[in-house]
Design a protein around this ligand. Sequence first.
Ligand code: HEC
Ligand code: HEC
Ligand code: HEC
Ligand code: HEC
Ligand code: HEC
Length: 304
Amino acid sequence: MLRRCLNLMLLAACAWAAGMAIADTDRPTKFTNRDTIGNTRHNLTQRQASGGPAGATMDSFRNDYEEVCVYCHTPHGANRTVTAPLWNRTMKTNTYQTYDLLGTSTLTQPVTQPGVSSLTCLSCHDGTTAVDSIINMPGAGRYNAAQETQETTDFLNSWNNRRGPDANVHGRLANTECVSCHSPAGGFSGLGATDFTVFAIGTDLRNDHPVGIRFPAAGPGTDFKDPQRRDGRMAWFDGNGNARPDSNEIRLYNAGGGDGYEVECASCHDPHGVPSAGPGSQFNATFLRVSNTGSAVCQSCHSK
Ligand code: HEC
Ligand code: HEC
Ligand code: HEC
Ligand code: HEC
Ligand code: HEC
């Protein structure tokens, strides 16, 4: 624990935690997963209208922009280096270890580096970029073009948390950072932090369902189902037949470059949360487009 404390340079909080009982079991999420992304773990302001995690613990580790969307989107000054919707996040150039490097004999389709509909997620989940590293902070004169591709600590430090202490550590979803509290081994779980170990997926994707992988020719006689609908950019399983890719429909992305329709993170997950257990239901806690009860996510694509 001492080493983790030193990594965080958080000696005051360490001393505080050291005096407390350390719980080594995970706790349930404090979010209700209902109605809006504001009630999910993708609300990084950590203050809900009713209840929810207290922000105080988090304030030293990430800027509290007080707006849910701004950690990912901005109406102006969005990232010009990626074709993601009004994207406000820093996008570093990383090389990922892709699933095909595992060398299973059964994989038939070409795999590329993750496409944009995975890179958006990986800009937090691979643990290389601070979760609060954005280009355009709320308020006037808080835009920094260099942030499109680099994380500038001075710029991030220029933000003042109104509702608590300022952040001088801008945490990443990585072991020595956010996960140093958010893990059973991470000393601070005695403060009530939930376990994020499996969600910090890193840049090694060999143990994850392949992304950046082409969807094979489907239909009768193959063991893939045919997405009924396609436009140039997307193919999707149009469950309700309305000819639109609804958020509760599994989809494939065609980012161009001749790679065709590919599986990406957002094929299976909607980062805003989907009430995928039916109308009025609780959001699926893991942001899945369809509930995976009975392996329904898998069977959207695989005929097995
Ligand atoms: C000093 C320890 C500490 C660090 C570092 C920390 N957290 Fe937390 N976090 C907590 C605690 C404690 C809670 C629970 C707060 C409560 O009980 O009200 C929490 C709650 C959360 C929650 C809500 C979890 C849920 O489902 O209820 C999220 C999401 C979260 N933190 C994200 C982060 C991110 C992202 C980082 C890195 C930028 C981070 N945390 C760094 C201690 C920490
Ligand atoms: C944790 C990051 C994150 C947050 C927070 C977030 N979004 Fe998104 N949003 C995304 C990603 C990623 C996409 C692209 C999904 C894809 O590749 O299809 C997206 C896409 C969108 C789109 C395009 C259409 C669609 O639904 O996919 C809209 C509109 C949108 N977001 C609005 C919002 C609004 C409004 C908020 C705040 C209430 C918000 N988002 C918060 C990550 C986020
Ligand atoms: C702004 C940073 C950020 C972006 C961008 C982001 N996430 Fe997250 N995500 C988090 C944090 C923080 C958590 C809460 C800590 C955790 O569970 O790892 C989280 C949690 C999750 C969880 C676990 C929820 C649960 O309770 O089981 C899933 C699944 C997830 N994200 C998927 C995605 C996908 C898919 C995308 C892209 C479409 C994405 N995220 C984009 C920061 C982000
Ligand atoms: C083929 C569908 C599919 C793709 C593609 C996919 N996921 Fe998931 N993901 C799932 C399912 C299903 C679960 C739920 C697993 C469970 O509940 O045990 C999940 C769970 C998660 C979790 C929660 C932690 C866990 O292991 O339960 C995170 C975080 C996550 N996914 C992020 C991502 C990111 C980031 C990507 C892209 C690199 C991605 N996912 C691509 C289907 C997918
Ligand atoms: C969006 C469509 C899609 C979804 C949803 C999906 N898969 Fe896949 N899956 C693929 C594609 C495409 C391949 C690559 C097939 C190939 O190379 O022949 C694949 C490959 C696989 C493989 C073979 C890997 C190998 O080494 O040969 C397994 C196993 C697998 N998926 C399991 C799952 C499971 C389990 C789920 C549900 C959690 C799931 N898939 C959901 C599209 C999907």
